[in-house]
Ligand binder design. Structure first.
Ligand code: OAD
Length: 255
């Protein structure tokens, strides 16, 4: 599946960025957003759940939905794609820019993960912005559609919100700057499991390419990133990434 040409350009790379989207977590059992039938935005209305206006209008509906998603993420494990990246990171200068709000890269053993769309595990106060720490008995085993009142900030008693970026909100600037820095200073960017439809995140492969990086995309279907990519690998993350990492031969390196 992985051609010699692809492997050769990977072997030449000195600074690598993996740019991941929901597709990398799909084989762990976390639904993507836009896949036909299974995508979250096929089943739920993003306007009612993933905008600042939605939260203002019905905080319990929004908080309950994010608690349902957090529960699903806690119930699954990283897959072979996440694990291959974590292994690769032990042997190369590789950073991860993810649009995912899950923690599956970290649980697979990766560090240096830039979460440009925030983290479902990092809620914060709407007013004083202090992080809210879930207590160990907070978890409420939510079901889809169950309304749950958000907790109040222990510091200022204002309402706590999910720590994710919603439609219509700017990205957190330090994360965006860090992502741009990594992309512009890479010589290889691997875009995996993203539809490339949400800006500004979807511009990251373009920014890397404009500074001379080789761009490789791993996605079973075509996306707007095809245009920017030097190589398109039509496979899933859990198929292609272990194959690449095996071919790099780290197991035979004796340190
Ligand atoms: P999407 O759901 O838009 O796209 C998922 C992509 O993953 C699609 O192109 C699929 O073809 C691909 N895919 C599915 N299964 C795969 C697999 N096993 N291996 C590799 N690829 C696979 O998800 P994102 O591009 O991440 O925003 O969506 C971008 C943003 O839109 C998300 O971060 C979220 C959403 O609204 C926020 O939360 C702010």
């Amino acid at each position: 599946m992985i051609s010699e040409a692809i492997l050769n350009s990977i072997k030449k790379a000195r600074r690598i960025v993996v740019f991941s989207g929901a597709g990398i977590s799909a084989e762990s059992g976390v639904p993507t957003f836009r896949d036909d039938l299974t995508g979250l935005w096929q089943q739920y209305d993003a306007n009612l759940l993933a905008t600042p206006e939605a939260f203002t209008q019905d905080p319990a509906l929004v908080w309950g939905w994010y608690e349902w998603r957090r529960a699903r993420i806690l119930a699954v494990e990283p897959n072979a794609g996440h694990e291959a990246i974590a292994k690769w990171q032990q042997h190369a200068a590789l950073s991860i820019v993810t649009q995912n709000v899950d923690d599956l890269h970290e649980r697979a053993g990766s560090d240096k993960v830039i979460h440009i769309h925030g983290s479902i595990f990092a809620p914060r106060c709407t007013k004083c912005k202090k992080p809210y720490v879930f207590s160990s008995n907070y978890f409420q085993e939510p079901e889809s559609g169950r309304r749950i009142e958000p907790p109040l900030c222990p510091v200022c008693q204002n309402i706590v919100r999910p720590g994710v970026v919603w439609f219509g909100e700017p990205l957190y600037e330090p994360d965006l700057c860090a992502a741009i820095y990594e992309a512009e200073n890479s010589d290889l960017l691997i875009a995996v499991g993203t539809s490339g439809l949400v800006q500004p995140a979807s511009l990251i492969p373009r920014w890397a390419k404009d500074k001379g990086a080789v761009v490789i995309q791993i996605n079973p279907t075509s996306t707007p990133i095809d245009e920017v990519s030097d190589y398109n690998i039509r496979a899933t993350a859990a198929q292609a990434l272990p194959e690449i990492v095996d071919a790099l031969g780290f197991d035979s390196i004796v340190s």
